[in-house]
Design a protein around this ligand. Structure first.
Ligand SMILES: Nc1nc2c(ncn2[C@@H]2O[C@H](COP(=O)(O)OP(=O)(O)OP(=O)(O)O)[C@@H](O)[C@H]2O)c(=O)[nH]1
Ligand SMILES: Nc1nc2c(ncn2[C@@H]2O[C@H](COP(=O)(O)OP(=O)(O)OP(=O)(O)O)[C@@H](O)[C@H]2O)c(=O)[nH]1
Length: 469
């Protein structure tokens, strides 16, 4: 799991500008979330060889009900508690502001790397503006310009130096499940219910990452790892109900799971925040199951379940593959069915499809429905292959990747879903540029192409064998 760096600071200090500078846009990655340009409050980034996730924690807090100072307080508390490192960003252009001293005070004596940055120092000549900041009682401010890049390389070198290393989760045979949802929807009740069932043998085991404690439960013959449960259960007991949703906590467990259980309080109804949380699960490439909890207190008629499912589908179109189940953590209704759904989602989530099959699927899809011309040029698709599982990820080579319309990418994804029976897992399709290969739909040439490929492959294999001898 990559370390998480929380960037805290007042609005308008330049967090987004800084994010844009240090994160490179990755390949044109396509998923089922068409045309949504989301405010990127978090980004995966890399500096030299170090990968990490930057999160603008303040962006996730509702501002209206919260006085500014309270807002900053919560932001910093969560960052200190949950992140692996904290960047406090101040504004060098507008100078010291009323809350700067308080923020620095809150970050004193924190046993995690904390870096103090003064942004909008656009060149060496502006470093004089730093002088004021030293009156705040800190003597290590990093002057940077997110907009122009001044000071950024030195600062980034320091950041990756103090970051704890990425800790890969050791692979085991267990399906990893995360329970996520906004506060008070019943996450800890559900976990306690699952772990409390007599048939389930439960043990608490340290997660392979820092400070994570997981629970392993055995259902039938199978073991499941519920990630980061200790935190949730403990919190449930202390009953800190004022606690805000922590985006960092959610990310940490989503990054470690195969399947996310997105818990919703059905009694209260489906809220925007539920959909946002589900969106994170999708962003992090998790399999997903919606649990409409507190079903025991929902007023019901014959159509209630259907109405809920329809509303869920409508509001989370990008997650149309995620199955849903009505449950009650309190009474236990249908809780045992969760595992059956998880198994099915996981089976699809970890699927590998042979190159032959995926190529046939894409070829048929193109035959059925040809992509339209782009700037008078014809789009040519050459070759597709699965590059990863969990979730199933495919690369398709095409002459002008950026010219493939979003709706056509979605069409291809849907064809893969339909033909490979992958209706319950996220799927990723990357388009990569390649020219001069033999494209789909040219049957005769295609045969030559594959023949050539197999001969080449055999030769290479032979050579490899010889070399080994
Ligand atoms: N001169 C200068 N201006 C900057 C720099 N970085 C950001 N700005 C400007 O500061 C303003 C705010 O920048 P954003 O990146 O949107 O700030 P933010 O902290 O993400 O704001 P919130 O999303 O409200 O938290 C914009 O007008 C930027 O152009 C910088 O390095 N130098
Ligand atoms: N009627 C009913 N109440 C439930 C159910 N599940 C949870 N609750 C109640 O909802 C409240 C919140 O439940 P928790 O399990 O603490 O919720 P949580 O999501 O862990 O909350 P946070 O710790 O704030 O994130 C408690 O009062 C539970 O008793 C359910 O299925 N039916």
């Amino acid at each position: 799991m990559k370390p998480i760096v929380a960037v805290v600071g007042r609005p308008n200090v330049g967090k987004s500008t800084f994010f844009n500078r240090v994160t490179k846009s990755r390949d044109a990655l396509v998923d089922d979330r068409p045309g949504v340009t989301r405010d990127r409050l978090y980004r995966d980034a890399r500096w030299e060889d170090t990968e990490f996730t930057l999160i603008d924690t303040g962006g996730f807090l509702e501002r209206d009900d919260d006085p500014f100072a309270g807002h900053i307080r919560v932001q910093i508390q969560q960052a200190v508690e949950d992140a692996d490192a904290v960047i406090l960003m101040l504004d060098g252009k507008s100078g010291i502001s009323p809350y700067d001293r308080d923020m620095i005070q809150m970050l004193r004596n924190v046993y995690k790397p904390v870096l103090y940055v003064v942004n909008k120092i656009d060149g060496a000549e502006q470093e004089t503006q730093l002088a004021d900041f030293y009156s705040l009682g800190k003597d290590n401010f990093w002057p940077i310009s997110g907009e122009h890049g001044y000071g950024v390389p030195d600062f980034m070198d320091e950041l990756v130096r103090v970051l704890p290393p990425s800790e890969p989760d050791e692979p085991d045979d267990m399906i990893r499940i995360a329970v996520v949802g906004r506060p008070n929807v019943g996450k800890s009740s559900l976990i306690n219910r699952i772990l409390g069932q007599e048939r389930h043998v439960v043990s608490e085991v340290p997660g392979t990452t820092r400070d994570a404690v997981d629970s392993v439960c055995t259902v039938g013959e199978k073991q499941y790892r519920l990630v980061d449960t200790a935190g949730i259960r403990r919190k449930g007991k202390v009953s800190l109900k004022i606690e805000k949703f922590s985006i960092i906590k959610a990310f940490k467990s989503l990054d470690r799971c195969d399947v996310a259980l997105v818990v919703i309080d059905a009694h209260e109804g489906i809220t925007d925040q539920d959909i946002t949380v589900a969106g994170y699960a999708q962003d992090r490439g998790c399999g997903c199951v919606f649990l409409l909890n507190k079903w025991d207190i929902v007023e019901k008629d014959h159509n209630t379940t259907k109405r809920y499912y329809e509303e869920l589908r409508m509001r989370s179109k990008f997650l149309s593959f995620a199955p849903a189940l009505t449950i009650s953590a309190l009474t236990g209704t249908r809780v045992h069915k969760i595992f059956r759904l998880v198994d099915e989602v996981y089976r699809q989530y970890s699927t590998r499809i042979g190159t032959g099959q995926i190529n046939r699927i894409i070829e048929r899809a193109i035959e059925k429905n040809e992509p339209s011309l782009h700037l008078g040029k014809r789009l040519r698709f050459y070759y597709a292959t699965q590059v990863a599982a969990k979730p199933p990820s495919f690369v398709c080579f095409v002459n002008y990747p950026e010219a493939v319309h979003f709706s056509y990418q979605r069409y291809l994804i849907n064809q893969i879903r339909e033909e490979a029976g992958l209706d319950k897992t996220p799927i990723q399709l990357k388009l990569r540029q390649r020219t001069g290969r033999i494209e789909f739909g040219k049957r005769k040439k295609k045969v030559e192409f594959s023949k050539k490929k197999t001969t080449e492959y055999r030769n290479r294999k032979k050579q490899g064998k010889r070399r080994k001898k």
